[in-house]
Each structure stands twice: as C-alpha cells, then as structure tokens.
Design a protein. Structure first.
Length: 54
C-alpha cells in the first residue's frame, strides 16, 4: 500500500479519501498498528490497489 501511494505520488489523506476510509485508518494500516481486521476496509483497499497497480 505504501509503495503504491509513493509510486503514484499522492498523500495518505488523498488515498484514504479515494478508498473511502479515514486517513487515520489508512495510516494505522500502513504502520501495522491496526487493532482488528475490518473486511469491508480490506476490500476497499484491495480494490483501490488493483485500480492503481496498472
């Protein structure tokens, strides 16, 4: 996730907005500080990664 954000030269805030989650949630995910998995957020992040990994 972090590599993709850096590759497309965007901010965590902007990426989170595009994904549809809060920037704090994305930031915690990137730092591996998520307290619990949320399948809905996971699906949103995977969809965003697929769209930006082309």
């Amino acid at each position: 996730m972090k590599k993709t954000i850096e590759y497309i030269n965007t901010s965590i805030r902007k990426a989170a907005e595009e994904i549809g989650i809060s920037n704090s949630t994305l930031s915690r995910y990137i730092r591996n500080q998520s307290k619990r998995q949320n399948k809905n957020n996971d699906q949103k992040m995977l969809k965003w990664l697929r769209e930006h990994s082309r």
